[in-house]
Ligand binder design. Structure first.
Ligand code: PLP
Length: 393
């Protein structure tokens, strides 16, 4: 039996996905398929390294050294063919804290910041909470595929004198892994209009089929200078509760400005166990990751096939990267409130509301596929049965 088919009880572990779901959906029977973490154990080598560290029993201030940096540099070079330097790395407890710091460090109040919607909800708050303004470049959704409206991308930048673009690559929730041509085209526009790119690449390792993740900063030297990139092993290896991530910035001025902002908040250290897990995941986790990707692919194919076979009212948008399946439920002809209630009360599955990603998400829901197949089968079956009941009643 594969380590990815083992169903492990998560209730009672203070899990946001499982324990908070009961509070959120007010229903004990809800199957949680929402927040982006996985129902899988981390690689055994990571668990063992944490046990060993815990056994030591002293958890004093901990210093990330060059060996930890080496594990990061080697991982990025091997998986993404990008050679980064040790000095370019700044640690952060998470990608969201990083984005808050980046916005504060590299833009001014009232500046305009562009995002490609629908997009991960905190992208809105990291802009608005610092009195900056959201400028939207809505993605095009046509014939079941998402693409970029480049003309609108440049128009929005020029019209609004945009200072920063927060890129999501791979894109949550639409599941696109942006191609080199797409990144190049956006990058050239950003360089031309001097727009800083804050690239959230937290899903970089979760790439399916033959798709390839390209760090936008690796596309050209100019783009490297123009970009700050956020990475983390926490999505890849299911370590989100350990809170360890980092920002890669080649440009010294931008890097120092970001560091200064961390200092201002008194944030200059990661937690001991987060650092241990990060290093060991990068050194030992590759085989585990390959097996994980096969599991996600198989869950994606299963879910898409079941929807195709049993209902033409729900379509799975093709998933190139991430483990988050974007479901087009518009043919159900329900208002968003009705759609949410349908998934919750009839199907009894806990999905993310499409509109939380922006108004473009109306008629959509997001399903987390990072669970043993048994759970995915259960969730998909619940939805298919509920649709059947709705259409026959
Ligand atoms: C695109 C994206 N960025 C950031 C995060 C969260 O990052 P962190 O937990 O490191 O703050 C997520 C989590 O789902 C995400 O999907």
């Amino acid at each position: 039996m594969s380590r990815f088919s083992n169903v492990i009880q998560r209730k009672g572990t203070r899990s946001v996905k499982w324990d908070y779901a009961e509070h959120l959906y007010q229903d004990k029977e809800i199957l949680p398929m929402w927040v982006a973490d996985m129902d899988f154990q981390a690689p055994q080598e990571v668990i063992d390294s944490l046990k060993q560290r815990v056994e030591h029993g002293i958890f004093g201030y901990t210093m990330p050294d060059e060996e930890i940096k080496r594990s990061i540099i080697d991982w990025i070079a091997k998986r993404h063919q990008w050679n980064i330097e040790s000095d370019w790395i700044t640690y952060s407890p998470g990608v969201i804290p990083s984005l808050h710091m980046i916005v504060q460090a590299l833009t001014e109040e009232q500046d305009n910041i562009l995002i490609q919607t629908p997009v991960y909800p905190p992208f809105y708050s990291v802009i608005k909470e610092h009195q900056r303004n959201v400028v939207k470049n809505s993605l095009i959704y046509s014939e079941g595929m998402y693409s970029i409206d480049f003309e609108d991308f440049e128009n929005q930048i020029v019209k609004n004198n945009v200072k920063m673009f927060i890129l999501c690559n791979p894109h949550n929730p639409v599941g696109r892994v942006w191609k080199e041509e797409e990144l190049k085209k956006m990058g050239e526009i950003c360089v031309k209009h001097n727009v800083i790119i804050a690239s959230d690449e937290i899903h970089a390792d979760l790439i399916l089929d033959e798709h390839k993740h390209i760090p936008v900063a690796s596309v050209s030297n100019q783009l490297n200078n123009q970009t700050v990139t956020c990475y983390s092993p926490t999505k890849t290896f299911n370590l989100a509760g350990l809170q360890a991530s980092y920002i890669v910035t080649s440009d010294k001025e931008k890097r120092e400005s970001i560091k200064k902002n961390f200092d201002k908040q008194g944030m200059h250290m990661l937690n001991t166990l987060g650092l241990t897990a990060m290093e060991n995941a990068y050194i030992h986790g590759e085989e585990w990751l390959e097996e994980l990707l096969e599991t996600i692919q198989s869950n994606r194919d299963f879910a898409a096939e079941q929807f195709r076979k049993h209902t033409d009212l729900i379509k799975a948008v093709p998933l190139e990267g991430t483990y988050l399946l974007w479901l087009d439920c518009r043919s159900l002809n329900l208002s968003q409130a009705e759609l949410k209630s349908f998934m919750q009360k009839q199907a009894k599955v806990g999905l993310n509301d499409g509109v939380s990603f922006g108004e473009e998400g109306k008629g959509f829901m997001r399903m987390n596929l990072a669970a043993p197949q048994e759970i995915i089968e259960n969730g998909v079956q619940r939805i298919v049965d509920a649709v059947r009941q709705k259409t026959t009643s």
